[in-house]
Design a protein around this ligand. Structure first.
Ligand code: HMG
Ligand code: MG
Length: 302
């Protein structure tokens, strides 16, 4: 078994991370976070979402944030668009990639985006078509691929079903997301195997929340399958407002530390990433939720 030689990380902290913050985070802070992430070498950043501000107030400043970033060549800025209304709003800000987000669990689909899985695909269909016509890349997030806060365990067949629907409407790559962080390596591998029936290895990514402390183990399990695209959140920010009790994504600092140890290239400067995590954590009034970041900060202080 050989691990991939390179891994590409999407930092989803500004979106998946901050969407769940109760305290208002000024747009200027979000903009500085994105710029610090690109300074640290991130080539992909999930910046914001174009969803109902009544549902997710923290992302209501999507335009201001996207317009405020000093964008850098070679960096891909992605945004979430659940429907045509969100996509049309996003167009003004010229994202490089849009993300439609569906769920392998029927109940989570209803709670998160207020429609069934089948209805969600019909909402995504025109969004995907128009995005691709305009040369905007399209990613599909697949939530609850291992477990659901409302339905419990999710069978791999449900993941395969959703991946097939995503493929059918022209979604170019998909994220296998463990939204509530309940997965363990074999279950996560099963979710990937089901997805790989529809997408090749270059078009799947791992998105692991760390609720039960399994996200790094799950990352390693995905690497064993050859997966080389992952999403993580600087300082371990976040959680989903419609997945009660779920914690943030695996911390980007922890993933980069793991990958460095395995000799896998990421193009990311860990020290600068730790600084970005410290910056946002200071603004939020807490320590970074990353073991590697805390260890490295303690080492610096000592
Ligand atoms: P809906 O109520 O079914 O939509 O919501 P609707 O078309 O019936 O419209 C109702 C109202 O929402 C109307 O406004 C629309 O204009 C407005 P009103 O007339 O009542 O004032 N509306 C919108 N406003 C702004 N942007 C839009 C939009 N669409 C309709 N795009 C909707 C459907 C999806 C909008 C709603 O359910 C929603 O906003 N949900 C929030 C979803 C969300 O952001 N969840 C968190 C992100 S997903 C996630 O974190 C998981 C992920 O990380 C992977 C993982 O870990 O699993 C990706
Ligand atoms: Mg998530």
């Amino acid at each position: 078994m050989a691990y991939p030689s390179t891994v590409r990380l999407v930092d989803v902290g500004p979106r998946d991370g901050l969407q769940n913050e109760k305290q208002p985070v000024p747009a200027a802070v979000k903009i500085e976070l994105v710029e610090r992430l690109q300074d640290a070498g991130l080539q992909e950043i999930e910046v914001t979402s174009y969803v109902s501000p009544k549902w997710v107030p923290q992302m209501a400043d999507n335009h201001e944030v996207m317009q405020g970033i000093a964008r850098r060549q070679g960096v891909r800025y992605s945004v979430l668009t659940p429907n045509m209304k969100g996509f049309e709003a996003a167009l003004a800000d010229q994202p490089d990639e849009i993300v439609v987000f569906g769920s392998a669990s029927e109940a989570f689909s209803q709670k998160n985006i207020n429609c069934s899985i089948a209805e969600s695909i019909e909402r995504f269909r025109p969004v995907v078509a128009v995005a691709r016509e305009r040369g905007i890349a399209v990613r599909g997030a697949m939530s609850c691929t291992v477990g659901c806060p409302y339905e419990g365990e999710i069978a791999p067949a449900k993941v395969g079903y959703l991946a097939g629907l995503m493929k059918g409407i022209g979604v170019q790559r998909v994220d296998v997301a463990d939204t509530i962080g309940v997965g363990t390596p074999t279950r996560v591998q099963a979710a990937f195997e089901a997805t790989l029936a529809h997408y090749d290895i270059d078009h799947v990514s791992g998105h692991f929340h760390d609720t039960y402390g399994q996200a790094l183990a799950n990352t390693l399990a995905a690497l064993e399958l050859g997966v080389w695209n992952f999403q993580s959140s600087v300082a371990g920010l976040g959680g989903c407002p419609y997945a009660k009790g779920a914690t943030g994504n695996v911390a980007s600092e922890d993933v980069v530390y793991l990958l460095q140890g395995l000799g896998i290239a990421t193009g990311i400067d860990l020290a600068a990433l730790v600084d970005a995590g410290k910056f946002i954590s200071d603004r939020l009034g807490r320590a970074p939720n990353s073991r590697a970041a805390v260890a490295l900060l303690n080492k610096r202080a000592g």
